[in-house]
Ligand binder design. Structure first.
Ligand SMILES: Cc1cc2nc3c(=O)[nH]c(=O)nc-3n(C[C@H](O)[C@H](O)[C@H](O)COP(=O)(O)OP(=O)(O)OC[C@H]3O[C@@H](n4cnc5c(N)ncnc54)[C@H](O)[C@@H]3O)c2cc1C
Length: 651
């Protein structure tokens, strides 16, 4: 690409974005030593105690940010202990140490204190510079106004109803999702401004760049078959798709055709569970192959792979088109993924805070360490400031230590009779040791064999099986959104582009927090990408995607943001060099917990599932995190924490 195009995009512009160290440089060249000062006492000089320490406002590469993963990777590579030296004994002793301060780790601390009492001493160790794990807050101050987006975990949603435990925890935190959805989500703003969804067809995939408004939903005549069909026909005629592809998409979207005539519903479902949606379209619906790019990425947001690697039956449950005339009985069937089975049975509620489930993490921290966060309600948590220097106070019963990667967790003595656990963690270039009566690993499954090399081999193998799903969520601050208004859109899916979609922040009003209502005001937009490699089994695709995320420099993300926004919003007068104010790339090489995929994973009985074998208690060490549930939802993170705490009690 020419320099002049780069200038047009604004690659030279000074904005809040770069950490100067990008992922690739850190992954390849660095030692495991983070950059802050060497020290002997762990708490005395923690960066989180520095004045102005406030990671939610950090921009540039976030999520798995530089400085957070090098220790873990050197442990994986077997080089960590070569240079680490003997851990320094801090002399600290706790009732419980928790590894990982995501929703699962924070919930574990909450449940433990419910059982052991408020004076129980708990230490949470977290390798990144903030708490919340995937539930990450992206905080901006654009034009002097607070604006929030989720850097990861978005919604309180789940394909299955929240358990009594998970729902109970939300209630104790004052969170009532159905009521909150009614009260705080502003579902009318964009509609009142005449904004709709659109699809962006890019020239590399579809032959030319073209933005086309999506078929209108929600109009009265849209509910009528004819209106629905006319809407789709009008949409397709404006696209650069060939006439045959248009006819096929119209057939899939609006036809009521039984593509497996003569078979009972159960048999159809059984067949659909064994073929990908892509194969269903090509071999059963018999579409032109040119149809595939239009649908290929529809499943990425849910499972991290495209339609080549997702069973057609799961796609039916997800609401993908083509099944209307097939007479499939409602409800789940054998050989469905966890999410698809849940959706087939009706799904569950959905609400998100302005910063996603980071608000839940903050509510939990406020319960655990009240001095660190002001306020009293689930409403005021949104605008509350966190005093990070209160998170790790010696006198407090609960301490939360950031920038601390746990590197070894050992029962003291044989696991069956151990009464204590030793935990070593690396921070600031040194390794420290603490002791506890028990330890919950609320970190990622694949990390655990490196932390506990004494685990039985079968358990280590099981822990390695689940490959987390890589994702990247990007928050971009722009000066105004008049271009969106001009084009009449609030979001655009981009089936062929680097980012699979672009959208204005959801409109919300919660307490004193309000997203912008005037297109002349600055706003946040969200872009998402799920790196994968179509054609391979799902876990292989995730591994390739993870590598891609770990080795992509920030500038590549940035350039793709600028290029894509410029092309989508061109006719609305968007100027990428002028209009982009800030960029935060939340990179999650280890994102969603892996859900078994009926196309690739055996249909194990419950007790043989890798997540069940992997999460077994090991002496005074128990295992939480969504990986232990083989799925990726906040209720699972909470439920697994509860189980892990109860297993400690029972041991
Ligand atoms: C982009 C994205 C979007 C999502 N959207 C949703 C959604 O809308 N709804 C939903 O319900 N779920 C969503 N999820 C799933 C999400 O994973 C769970 O809901 C939940 O937040 C997971 O919590 P957790 O505590 O189990 O894991 P995590 O949030 O991953 O927390 C584990 C923590 O352990 C830390 N850790 C790992 N190893 C170590 C170590 N050795 N030492 C110290 N710390 C360590 C990690 O850094 C991390 O902070 C999303 C996930 C991602 C990535």
């Amino acid at each position: 690409m020419s320099n002049s195009y780069n200038r047009y995009l604004g690659m030279h512009r000074k904005i809040t974005r770069r950490d100067f160290m990008n992922g690739a440089a850190m992954a390849i060249g660095a030692t495991w030593l983070p950059s802050f000062s060497m020290r002997n006492s762990p708490a005395a000089q923690e960066p989180q105690n520095d004045t102005g320490y406030y990671p939610p406002t950090r921009t540039g590469m976030r999520g798995s940010h530089p400085g957070s993963f090098e220790v873990a990777h050197s442990l994986r590579d077997g080089t960590f202990w070569d240079s680490a030296g003997e851990p320094v004994d801090t002399g600290e002793s706790y009732d419980l140490v928790i590894v990982g301060a995501g929703i699962s780790g924070l919930s574990a601390a909450y449940f433990f204190r419910e059982q052991a009492g408020e004076s129980a001493r708990v230490l949470l160790l977290e390798n990144t510079d903030d708490f919340g794990g995937h539930a990450k807050r992206n905080e901006f101050h654009l034009g002097g106004r607070l604006q929030l987006l989720n850097g990861g975990t978005v919604s309180i949603d789940s394909p299955t109803p929240y358990s009594t435990v998970a729902d109970g925890l939300l209630k104790k935190l004052g969170v009532d999702p159905p009521q909150f959805e009614k009260k705080y989500a502003d579902n009318k703003l964009y509609r009142s401004l005449g904004l709709r969804s659109a699809v962006f067809f890019d020239k590399e995939t579809f032959g030319e760049d073209r933005l086309v408004l999506s078929p209108e939903r929600g109009r009265k005549d849209d509910d009528e078959p004819a209106g629905h069909q006319n809407g789709w026909k009008a949409f397709l005629e404006k696209t650069p798709l060939s006439p045959q592809v248009q006819r096929d998409i119209l057939r899939i979207q609006t036809g009521k055709i039984d593509f497996m005539p003569g078979l009972p519903s159960a048999e159809k479902k059984a067949r659909l569970s064994k073929m990908s949606y892509r194969d269903f379209l090509i071999n059963v619906v018999k579409v032109d192959p040119g149809v595939i790019p239009f649908y290929q990425r529809r499943t990425e947001g849910e499972w991290g792979v495209g339609i080549d690697a997702e069973p057609a039956l799961d796609c039916w449950a997800e609401g993908l088109p083509g099944f209307d005339g097939m007479g499939l009985d409602p409800g789940a069937a054998p050989h469905m993924s966890y999410s698809a089975a849940g959706y087939a049975n009706g799904g569950f509620y959905d609400f998100h805070f302005p910063d996603g489930n980071a608000s839940i993490a903050r509510l939990l921290v406020r319960e655990l360490i009240p001095d660190a966060i002001g306020g009293h309600t689930a409403e005021d948590i949104v605008t509350a400031q966190v005093d990070y220097n209160h998170l790790d106070r010696q006198a407090a019963p609960v301490r939360l230590r950031l920038n601390s990667t746990v590197v070894r967790v050992q029962n003291v003595g044989p696991p069956n009779s151990a009464k204590e656990v030793q935990i070593a963690y690396a921070s600031g270039g040194k390794v420290f040791r603490v002791r506890a009566k028990g330890c919950v690993l609320a970190c990622w499954n694949m990390m655990i064999p490196y932390l506990c090399p004494d685990l039985p081999d079968a358990q280590k193998k099981a822990l390695h099986y689940l490959v987390k799903v890589p994702l990247v969520y990007t928050s971009v601050g722009i000066k105004k959104w008049t271009a969106f208004q001009q084009l009449g859109i609030h979001n655009a899916s981009a089936p062929g582009c680097y980012w699979s979609g672009v959208g204005l922040n959801s409109a919300m009003k919660m307490g004193t927090y309000r997203t912008p209502t005037s297109p002349e005001d600055p706003i946040l937009i969200h872009l998402g990408r799920t790196p994968c490699k179509p054609g391979l089994p799902a876990r292989e695709q995730h591994k390739i995607g993870r590598y891609e995320l770990q080795t992509t420099p920030f500038e590549v993300f940035e350039r793709n943001i600028r290029d894509q926004l410029a092309r989508i919003l061109k006719d609305g007068g968007f100027d990428p060099a002028r209009d982009i104010e800030a960029i935060t790339v939340n990179r999650w090489p280890h994102g969603y917990g892996y859900e078994y995929n009926p196309l690739f994973d055996p249909d194990w009985p419950e007790e043989q599932r890798p997540n069940v074998i992997g999460r077994k208690r090991f002496g005074r060490i128990t295992i939480a995190n969504t990986d232990s549930a083989a799925t990726a939802y906040t209720d699972a993170a909470i439920d697994q924490a509860y189980r892990a705490i109860n297993e400690l009690k029972e041991s």
